[in-house]
Design a protein around this ligand. Structure first.
Ligand code: UFG
Length: 335
């Protein structure tokens, strides 16, 4: 049985659906700090299966009960705080949540003989001075406490592996996950004003916000706007399943990028979304956002080689699916 932490979050919920579709047995935990309990109902109607779930924080000692109750063989650890800007204001909360949660989980993995661990890492672990595309062996370092919490988590896991070699870890460095399940029943449902580009564009398109602020038109990029490697959340979900299979078959740890391997600018994404939604999306170019970089995209050579797997979904598909979710659920899960 697979334990998913952060199971009702954006990436957790999509991975949950993908695992169930592939016949895995899953138990999910989440403290709902950045997700909605209604996700569980949607997963049920989408999969025709009752999701097994416990409302719990990964830092809570009661997580032990979950390990005692279910025959857990693998963990996919999504649960973490993830807003870059907020982490600068609240470093203690970020280190506490992201590091103590991981440590609690690792102790339980050891005492319960869990040998497979998939970790949600991030492209933000690459030092901003590295040239793009980012390769897995490049220098690590970050510009935010959030990013450092991911660098430190990777280090904790590597130290843990040395002391407990039976445990194999997939370090999955996500680039920019966007889009939604093709049913439009689950998707990204940020609280308050979205920090990220795709949910912001979606909310402008649906009429919840007046215009998009484009952070900087003078970056050294194709059109002056920031370039990122957007990956469809269902491709990302598949990547987790493939990584689990790798750990089970090869019994080796792996560190790989999960991106498409191509950069897309803010204005390119905006125009793809206008076509997908059939709506005009007003925007204004404003100052650069603190902490941003010009370009961030993955070298996916190693990912293809080791996992023998590639992403399938295009930018157009990402926009179509994001729009289906947003237009069917203009106010997210509370719609
Ligand atoms: N952008 C805008 N306007 C907005 C929001 C974003 O112009 O309202 C621009 C940004 O400046 C950037 C691009 O759109 O050029 C993407 O920004 P996001 O906030 O969507 O994503 P980031 O690349 O800044 O950050 C994301 C995740 C982080 C993660 C990082 C890894 O939010 O958690 O990718 O590369 F660490």
């Amino acid at each position: 049985m697979i334990l998913l932490t952060g199971a009702t979050g954006y990436i957790g919920s999509h991975t949950w659906v993908e695992l169930l579709a592939r016949g895995y047995k899953v138990v999910g935990v989440d403290n709902f700090s950045n997700s909605n309990p209604l996700v569980l109902k949607r997963i049920k109607s989408l999969t025709q299966m009752e999701p097994i779930f416990h409302e719990l924080d990964v830092g809570n000692p009661n997580l032990l009960d979950v390990f005692e109750k279910y025959p857990i063989t693998a963990v996919i650890h999504f649960a973490a705080l993830k807003a870059v800007g907020e982490s600068v204001q609240k470093p203690v909360e970020y280190y506490q949540n992201n590091l103590l949660g991981l440590l609690n989980l690792l102790k339980l993995c050891r005492s319960h003989g869990v040998h497979q661990f998939v970790f949600s890492s991030s492209a933000t672990v690459y030092h901003p001075e590295n040239p793009v595309p980012y390769q897995e062996n490049m220098r690590l370092g970050s510009g935010s406490p959030y990013g450092w919490s991911k660098v430190m988590s990777e280090q904790i896991l590597r130290d843990f592996e040395m002391a407990y070699p039976a445990l194999k870890v997939a370090y999955l460095r996500y680039f920019n996950p966007v889009g939604a399940h093709e049913s439009g029943m689950i998707g990204e449902d940020p609280r308050g004003i979205p920090n990220n580009l795709m949910p912001y564009i979606s909310q402008v398109a649906v009429g919840k916000r007046d215009y998009l602020s484009v952070y900087g038109g003078d970056w050294p990029t194709i059109d002056g706007t920031g370039v990122r490697d957007y990956i469809h959340v269902m491709d990302l979900a598949e990547g987790h399943v493939v990584a689990l299979q790798y750990l089970a078959e090869k019994q080796q740890s792996i560190t790989v990028n999960l991106g498409v391997g191509q950069g897309t600018s803010v204005l390119q994404l905006l125009s793809a979304f206008e076509i997908a939604s059939g709506r005009k999306i007003p925007y204004r170019v404003v100052d650069r956002r603190a902490g941003d970089i010009a370009e961030c995209y993955a070298d996916v050579t190693l990912t293809h080689q080791l996992l023998n797997w590639k992403t399938k979904r295009s930018i157009d598909q990402m926009c179509l699916d994001a729009w289906r979710w947003q237009s069917k659920n203009p106010n997210g899960y509370e719609s």
